[in-house]
Design a protein around this ligand. Structure first.
Ligand SMILES: [Fe+2]
Length: 510
């Protein structure tokens, strides 16, 4: 659009979408606005926008491409300082926060629907149709227990026929080495800890586990040699359990001791499950498969509520909302793309037990969220943690959720239908199935996890489409890492692809 007036140097440009009678009131997406001093002048000044504009927005102010990111102290013109100061009051009104569930717990954005976020922040994920789920539908009405392992195997065959990982799991799901493998390569690699002393709440002695250690060694020696690990689900102790199919389900707070053998295998060697405030210590010879199921069931809860929802979705939402409210669009941190997530999970009282959200206090594990940053390095570390949590960590804990059906049905039950019990003698196959979720609830969980694990059609890989030089360098590094991971995976019977940068999304999207 030509102008006859001399406008001088253009540093700020106002754009407005006006409703026209007879035309629908549609949102328009603006890439950028280009300005020439005259039609003969080859030089073009670009004012990037990259956002949807609505008639209700009024004037949208755009800055020159040469200065789309800037700290306040680096502003040289009063008009631009005023611009950034005008930006925030509206944002703090639009993006309010509220406690997610409890006053003392984490907060989330205070909006009733995704559409309230407006076109620039709402995102509808486009996904491929889920494969092999139609067969689940025929089981979804059945409110009875699975009748036998054979029935499960048949069910599994429909799912696993073209899936090499599922076939591997079908063959190995009862083995201790596969249990240990999943502690590091499954969907929740965050719980396992190397230990050098036995925790006081684990009633295990060196003598008890001697049969599972090398003949010439002891538990103390193995701990000293950094070969002993612990899974501790004490955080679940006394949590109220859900009702499924109108029936009470049960939670445990087990502890599981693992040993890394000289053959390079990580295996569980003792499991302790609490029963009515007493401990049931389970060693290799007693109800071993059932004990492993209790551990994996607890891992499922911790994975969904803490590792997945709280540490990726909610931390992303909290930081994104704070950035939107407190930082003008021109601030470099505002450019860190963090998308909103759904908030329909139940975190219950678990959130109040988390040191992660004890703001301002340093936890023993150094996980406290600081109330302020004293140096740029401190802030950089925190922002890196947020980017990692919303991209790589989320990819690892989200897309690995359905490695196979049988694994989720048996070894990793979503709920336990009976409380832990101290049964003498061997446990029959029928006993084991009485602990597992009923057919319909198993299938429902599987359907949801299948959906969550599907990649999006509009998948945006981490750092892709970057226009900032520094990010381009990171993108090149990520490509090299992806190649190294692909080479390593080509040598593995069970490849681990979730942390390959070409599988990591730019942000939390599902
Ligand atoms: Fe997710």
């Amino acid at each position: 659009m030509p102008s006859n007036k001399e406008v001088g140097i253009v540093v700020l440009l106002k754009l407005r979408l006006e409703a026209q009678p007879g035309f629908p009131d549609l949102d328009w997406h603006c890439g950028d606005v280009q300005v020439r001093r005259s039609s003969e002048d080859p030089e073009v000044e670009v004012f990037p926008c990259h956002k949807w504009i609505r008639t209700a927005d009024g004037n949208v102010e755009l800055r020159n491409a040469k200065k789309v990111m800037c700290l306040k102290k680096k502003e040289t013109l009063a008009i631009l300082t005023n611009h950034r100061e005008r930006d925030l009051p509206t944002k703090t009104t639009v993006y309010q926060v509220k406690p997610f569930l409890l006053i003392n717990g984490p907060h989330c954005v205070d909006m009733s629907s995704v559409t309230a976020l407006g076109p620039n922040f709402s995102y509808i994920r486009q996904r491929y149709p889920v494969n092999n789920v139609h067969y689940i539908k025929s089981f979804i009405e059945r409110r009875t227990s699975w009748s036998s392992l054979q029935e499960l195997e048949t069910f599994f065959l429909f799912n696993g026929r073209e899936n090499t990982i599922a076939k591997y799991v079908q063959a190995h799901w009862q083995e201790d080495a596969f249990f240990g493998y999943q502690c590091l390569n499954g969907c929740n690699p965050l719980c396992i800890r190397q230990i050098h002393n036995l925790p006081p709440n684990l009633s295990v002695t060196s003598e008890m586990v001697r049969p599972f250690l090398p003949e010439d060694s002891s538990l103390e020696q193995e701990m000293e040699g950094r070969h002993v690990y612990l899974l501790d689900y004490e955080v679940l102790d006394q949590l109220p359990a859900n009702t499924v199919n109108d029936k009470q389900t049960y939670l445990a707070a087990p502890l599981c001791l693992l040993h890394y053998s000289r053959q390079g295998e990580l295996k569980p060697i003792a499991i302790q499950v609490k029963i009515l405030n007493r401990f049931l210590l389970i060693l290799f010879w007693l109800h071993w498969l059932l004990a492993k199921m209790w551990v994996r069931n607890s891992d499922f809860q911790v994975h969904q509520l803490l590792s997945h929802f709280l540490r990726t979705h909610l931390i992303g939402e909290v930081c994104c909302t704070a950035a939107l409210r407190q930082l003008p669009e021109i601030h470099p941190l505002h450019q860190v793309e963090t998308k909103f997530s759904s908030k329909n999970h139940a975190v219950l009282t678990l959130t109040t037990r988390l040191l992660l959200f004890s703001c301002g206090e340093s936890s023993p594990e150094g996980q406290g969220v600081p109330q302020s940053f004293q140096t740029a390095a401190e802030m950089c570390k925190f922002v890196t943690m947020v980017i990692f949590s919303c991209s790589a960590l989320h990819a690892a804990v989200n897309f690995s959720q359905v490695c196979s059906v049988i694994n989720k049905l048996t070894e990793v039950p979503a709920a336990m239908s009976r409380p832990p019990s101290q049964t003498k003698g061997s446990v029959s196959e029928e006993d084991i199935f009485s602990f597992l979720p009923e057919v319909n609830s198993s299938c429902h969980v599987l359907s949801v996890l299948s959906l969550l694990s599907q990649p999006a059609i509009d998948f945006v890989p981490l750092c892709s489409g970057a226009t900032v030089k520094l990010v381009e360098e990171v993108w090149r590094e990520l490509k090299m890492i992806a190649k190294d991971i692909a080479d390593r995976n080509s040598q593995l019977e069970l490849p681990y692809t979730y942390l390959s940068p070409d599988h990591i999304e730019n942000s939390v999207t599902i």
